[in-house]
Write a protein that binds this ligand. Structure first.
Ligand code: SF4
Ligand code: SF4
Length: 343
């Protein structure tokens, strides 16, 4: 089995960067990292997840969709779409790798979002197993294996290096072009490293979180639960939870007059914002309680209802770390999943 020692990572990234741009997690301050373009000398973070997820590579925070110019009383429609260059994202953890599957269900179902599809086709996902999952991680609750993150190529971390496996044709072609960097090792080492990860995951405080109260068909049970009022009471509607979340995919489309043309762009939006559902006829979600409920019902009930039981959360724990009022999906699940709730 292919194996890469820590000291050879720079060689791999250098060789890989000759055929495509390669993005790696880089520490910004203790405990905070973000994806940056790799160039010689870049130090790859050995921390866990990036502050913002890797969804930005496929569903960026802002992008131009179309342009309009009026000349001689004729409207010219400008299409800004170009074939995306090949690129790779290195160090994607199992939770974020699973989030791409959720985003695919939204953006690649009919009508296909060609902007997203273009990036998905050109992006190579290089995943990494989690050697030291955090106490805020609960991916296993949703059936995700932190030891087996998938993607195009996975890197199984044993502390001194990585066992490497291709999972797609794209991944195999990528590895085939990187001769002379890898060692050959007994796959038993990879299995031992995976078992270690699973053992830690099994002991994490949130690994026992129950999903039984949620899933398709639970709208009637959960929608009018009185606990929503108390859970949402302190929510300030900042939208941070939705922006750091790898599976949140709400957006807005607006026009901007540059003076020379009109640019139609889309940008991330949040169901936590008061004007998110505002329409000419009014707003169906007038209170923060309704908006808050929508976010969690979507991930825990509506999404699984429409996607063969798959939940819209991957247990990355980002919302647990970033909400200013310390509210998060785990608290919602625990509170609503309690057996002795008022009927
Ligand atoms: S991050 Fe917290 S306060 Fe902000 S919208 Fe989300 S739940 Fe509400
Ligand atoms: S809801 Fe929270 S834990 Fe779940 S995927 Fe989003 S940020 Fe991660």
């Amino acid at each position: 089995m292919l194996y890469l020692t820590v000291g050879k990572l720079g060689d791999l990234l250098e060789a890989a960067s000759k055929s495509r741009k390669i993005y790696v997690p880089v520490d910004e301050e203790p405990g905070k990292s973000s994806y940056k373009l790799w160039t010689p000398g870049t130090t790859v973070s050995r921390g866990l997840n990036t502050t913002r997820s890797a969804k930005d590579f496929f569903f960026p925070q802002t992008e131009n969709l179309a342009g309009f110019r009026i000349e001689n009383k004729k409207i010219q429609v400008l299409d800004p779409r170009r074939e995306t260059e090949d690129f790779a994202v290195f160090g994607v953890r199992a939770c974020d790798a699973a989030s791409f599957g959720i985003l695919d269900k939204v953006f690649l179902s009919e009508p296909v979002d060609t902007y997203y599809k273009n990036r998905r086709e050109h992006g190579l996902i290089l995943t990494m197993s989690c050697r030291r999952p955090a106490e805020t991680c609960f991916c296993s609750v949703f059936g995700i294996d932190a030891a087996n993150p998938g993607g195009d190529v996975s890197f199984t971390d044993d502390g001194a290096g990585w066992y490497i496996e291709a999972h797609t044709e794209k991944g195999a072609a990528f590895l085939a072009g990187l001769d002379g960097i890898f060692e050959d090792r007994d796959p038993a080492g990879a299995e031992a490293a995976k078992e270690k990860t699973r053992e830690i995951v099994g002991r994490l405080p949130l690994s026992g979180l129950k999903t039984d109260a949620f899933g398709g068909g639970k709208t009637k049970d959960l929608f009018d639960r009185p606990e929503w009022a108390e859970l949402s009471e302190a929510c300030i509607g900042c939208g941070t939870c939705t922006f750091v979340c790898p599976t949140c995919q709400c957006y807005d489309i607006r026009d901007f007059d540059t003076g020379r043309e009109i640019r139609r762009f889309r940008c991330w939006d949040s169901c936590m914002y008061s004007d998110f559902t505002k329409m000419a006829g009014g707003n169906p979600r007038l209170t923060q309680k309704e908006r808050f409920r929508q976010r969690f019902m979507h991930k825990l009930v509506y999404f699984p209802e429409n996607n063969e039981g798959e939940f819209g959360c991957v247990g990355c724990g980002r919302c647990l770390r970033s909400c200013p009022i310390h509210m998060n999906i785990v608290k919602v699940m625990k509170r609503l999943g309690e057996d002795d709730h008022e009927q």
